[in-house]
Design a protein around this ligand. Structure first.
Ligand code: HEM
Length: 227
């Protein structure tokens, strides 16, 4: 009888990237959310408006920098306050962007441009992050990872293109780091993996599922470049 047969052990579920640590799992989910024209590993159809066809304007780009600053200010004050002990590991990582963005905006102002208040793309993301950071650590960590790592990858590529098109190739502070970027990223990766080691599989999944929201918010901010 079936009931007498020994129960087969359930196969352990595997998640892509799992063997290399949790950051690799986050990276896998993020790469799939790129369109094929954005990154080789992209899992979505090409964008109707690929970056290669973007026609950036200075005012749009300033709006993007202002909204980005709002998000980085918020991220950096959340980890500074560290309402949850896990956030303490992400202070002074060398990836911080707030002060550099302040310098870039000062430069634009010195060139006669008006610096606006943050727009809805930046403020809505900032408000969302503030609330999330208090009530859902794994979900907040997903945003932290995506915000800083996206900027170090696709963000730099976009910045270079925009600078060539409208800034005479000027390299902004936003795209410079003290020290070697790969080393800074590796140190943060190791701490992200460390934090996630203390999570249940449910918490890990909750974090991975947040990637889509991260793309939505950051995607809106990126699009201010062409607004
Ligand atoms: C990595 C492009 C938007 C998150 C990358 C890479 C490229 C890229 C070329 C590097 C892939 C590689 O390692 O070979 C772009 C472009 C975008 C865009 C062109 C928009 C037009 C986003 C957004 C997010 C994001 C909105 C999330 C908020 C990431 C992450 C990585 C990545 C987490 C992995 C970085 C790493 O491996 O350290 N992106 N991306 N990207 N992107 Fe994007």
């Amino acid at each position: 009888l079936d009931s007498a047969a020994p129960e087969k052990p359930k196969p352990k579920q595997r998640y892509p990237g799992e063997s290399k640590g949790f950051v690799e799992e986050m990276r896998f989910v993020a790469m799939k959310l790129h369109t094929k024209d954005q990154a080789k590993e992209g899992g979505k159809e090409a964008d109707v408006q690929p970056v290669a066809k973007w026609e950036p304007t200075i005012t749009g780009y300033i709006r993007f920098l202002v909204d980005s600053k709002k998000v980085y200010d918020t991220m950096e004050s959340i980890v500074a306050k560290a309402t949850h002990p896990s956030y303490e590991l992400f202070r002074n990582t060398g990836l911080e962007r707030s002060e550099r963005l302040a310098k870039d905006l000062e430069w634009f102002e010195s060139q006669g441009h008006t610096i606006p208040e943050p727009g809805p793309a930046g403020t809505s993301y900032a408000d969302f992050l503030t609330e999330l950071s208090e009530k859902n650590v794994p979900a907040f960590i997903c945003h932290f990872y995506n915000v800083y790592f996206a900027h170090s990858a696709g963000g730099r590529f976009i910045g270079k293109r925009v600078a060539e098109m409208i800034l005479d190739g000027r390299e902004l502070e936003f795209y410079k780091w003290d020290g070697e970027l790969p080393e800074l990223l590796a140190a943060v990766k190791s701490n992200l993996n460390k934090v996630a080691e203390g999570w249940t599989r449910e918490e890990k999944n909750l974090c991975l599922e947040e990637t889509e929201s991260s793309f939505k918010y950051s995607g809106k901010i990126l699009r201010t470049i062409i607004s």
